[in-house]
Structures are given as C-alpha cells and as structure tokens.
Design a protein around this ligand. Structure first.
Ligand code: SAH
Length: 348
C-alpha cells in the first residue's frame, strides 16, 4: 500500500496537519516525542494522544517507510543496508563507525541523473526523489538497531545515491526533522549535505543561512577534465561554482569541504594538485582526498598510496588544508550504488 509516512512532516507541518484535526500545537511535540524519542512504530501506543486522533492518523499515515532487503557488514563494521520503499523502489544506506561517532550516509533519490563517469549510482537513472520521511526512515531504522547497543546516530551525511540539491525541499525538510530539539536533535554541525555543484541550489542554501555543513564534489581542478568526469560542469562551470561557494562561505562564515576522489592517471598528477590548490587557496575550506572505490563497470582505478600522499603533500605545500581519508568497507559493495545495482540486476 502506498501510504505517506508521518516521518515526512517537519514540526511546523505536523502542527498544521494536527490543526486540521482540531488539535493544539503542543500535540505535534507529543507526536515527535513518540516518534523520535520513544521510537514508536505504531500510533496505537501513543497513549497521551487522544485515541480518536491516533486512529485517524493510522488511517492516513504509516510510520517506518523502509523495509530491509539485504545487509552487508564489512570487517571494519561498516554496514550497508538495502531498503525497499512502499512502491517497491530500492535504496542504499551506509553506517560507518568512526572514533568520533557513528555516521549514517543517506540516499536522497532513487537512482541519480547526474551521470558522473566514475559513480555506480548513475548506472541506474533517477526514478524519483525520496520524500523527507523516506530519508528520515533510513536514520530511524538504523537508530532503532543502535538502541539495542545503547548507541546513537551522531553524524548524518547526505552522500548516498542521488543529488540532494536536485531534491532541495525534501532534503531541507529532512534536515530540519532530524535536527529538531523535540526529536533526534542531531546538531546542524553534525549534518552534511554533499552536492556535485548545482549553483542555483547553492545560492538558495546560502540565503537560508543554515548551519548544516556543505560539501562539494569537485574531483577535477579544471573545466576540461571536470566536464569529462561530471556532466554537471557543462551547466555550471567552475568559475560560476566557485563564485557561488565563495559568497556562501563568506556570507555565512562557514567552512567548506571539497571532496576529491583520487583516480589513477586521471586527476592525480602534480599539475592537478597545484591547479587544485590555486583554485581553493584563500577560501575558508579544506580538501578531503578520498580513495576511489573501484566499480567493475567503468575502468577507473584507485590511486596508489604513495601518489596519494604526494598529492596531499603538494596541496598542503601550496597553502590548502587537506585530509587523506582512509578506506571503509572495501570488502563489501560499498561504492555508492553498488549493492543496489547488483540487486536490481539480479531482479531482472
Ligand atoms: N550527488 C552528491 C552526493 C552523492 S555522491 C554529490 O555528488 O556530492 C557522494 C560522494 O561520493 C561524491 O563525492 C561522489 O563523487 C563520491 N563517489 C561516487 N562514487 C564513488 C566511488 N566509487 N568511490 C568513492 N567515492 C565515490
């Protein structure tokens, strides 16, 4: 059955919805308490809400919008979840255990249309946007698992399948729901949205003065190469992108993260490192160098460790801060979209 999930509603929209049932605004906080603090999965157990109301809600809304189809756990405990949605679509979510806490990587769309050459998500075109509640569901499913261990989701990154800034309103609703003090209260600085560089959405985000972190998938320091790897560069070339990012970062006093996957022989030369440093130097930003998770279908290879370190040293020497990320879950289908792509192939 295709029911809406109650997780779709930010607190203000929950208040409006409940007003439609003749309820006072404080009822929305009670509802949030049941959903996000007590992690209730049925309306019937919400004992301080009027029984007539919980019955009405149960007729219109479901709670958990995802069901588990498959789960792979790597040696380093990175866990990849394959979920099914109410319409039969499938999405992936990843849980990573860092020493600074547990991070969940959520998907924002079913498939993706950005067409980045190296990415497994793009193997399956976008079917639709996820609703805010379908993103919240990914967090709540994993949070309920972690409850058994007395643990919590500390950090959320919107870096799974999909382009969050191609689903702007739902993604921002999602952030507001998980950030709410009446719910999970995941701090805004613990929530990161990653975009391939959709300039109008970056400008809109800047105007909203949100405290969420922004990460940019750069992956190339010049338009010629970036266009080959990321079709989005044709619509929004680097000068426009950097201009929007500079004004976002300056107006909001926020530090930016640039993600840069190292692809062997493609974007990892000394010249690329210097170009990259020249592009970013002077901005309140740092570069996160990411080892590439190889995908069988496309032929891109991971840069070896020595070259990665050399690249890292060079950009640091040229005045740009960087981190070299270690690999997670590389003994499972951890690359974005890999698990789902395999599953969908098996279905055919
Ligand atoms: N569309 C958004 C968010 C999803 S992709 C974006 O582009 O930022 C999240 C990050 O994973 C991006 O930086 C993306 O380029 C990177 N990525 C995609 N495939 C990868 C792979 N096989 N190995 C490592 N990183 C990958």
């Amino acid at each position: 059955m295709n029911m809406r999930t109650i997780y779709d509603l930010p607190l203000s929209k929950a208040e409006e919805m409940l007003a439609g049932y003749g309820q006072k605004p404080y009822r929305a906080k009670q509802l949030y308490n049941w959903l996000y603090r007590k992690r209730a999965l049925s309306f019937a157990e919400m004992s301080d809400l009027p029984a007539a109301l919980t019955q009405q809600l149960a007729e219109v809304y479901c709670t958990m919008p995802v069901t588990l189809l498959d789960k792979q756990v790597a040696r380093d405990r990175t866990a990849k979840y394959l979920f099914e949605l109410s319409d039969g679509s499938t999405i992936e979510t990843v849980l990573m255990h860092f020493n600074f806490g547990k991070s969940v990587c959520v998907s924002s769309q079913v498939g993706c249309n950005m067409g980045c050459a190296f990415c497994a998500s793009g193997l399956l075109k976008k079917q639709r946007d996820l609703t805010a509640g379908e993103m919240v569901g990914q967090i709540m499913y994993i949070q309920k698992e972690l409850d058994a261990e007395g643990e919590r989701v500390d950090n959320v990154v919107v870096m799974g399948t999909g382009e969050p800034f191609d689903n702007y309103d739902n993604v921002l609703d999602f952030c507001s729901i998980i950030n709410s003090d009446h719910g999970l209260s995941i701090g805004a600085r613990h929530i990161t949205i990653s975009t391939c560089g959709i300039v109008p959405s970056i400008r809109r985000f800047a105007e909203g003065h949100y405290q969420y972190n922004l990460a940019i998938s750069l992956h190339a320091p010049n338009d010629e190469l970036r266009r080959e790897l990321m079709p989005v560069d044709r619509a929004y070339p680097l000068d426009e992108l950097m201009d929007a990012l500079r004004s976002y970062s300056e107006d909001n006093h926020r530090r930016l993260t640039f993600e840069y996957i190292l692809l062997k022989g493609v974007n990892d030369s000394d010249e690329h490192a210097v170009q990259l440093a020249d592009l970013i130097r002077g901005m309140n930003a740092y570069v996160n160098l990411i080892p590439y998770n190889e995908v069988d279908e496309n032929g891109f290879k991971t840069t070896d460790e020595r070259t990665s370190l050399r690249f890292y040293d060079l950009i640091m020497k040229h005045g740009v801060k960087a981190t070299l990320r270690s690999k997670h879950g590389d003994d499972i289908d951890a690359a974005c979209g890999q698990l789902r792509a395999r599953h969908e192939r098996n279905r055919e």
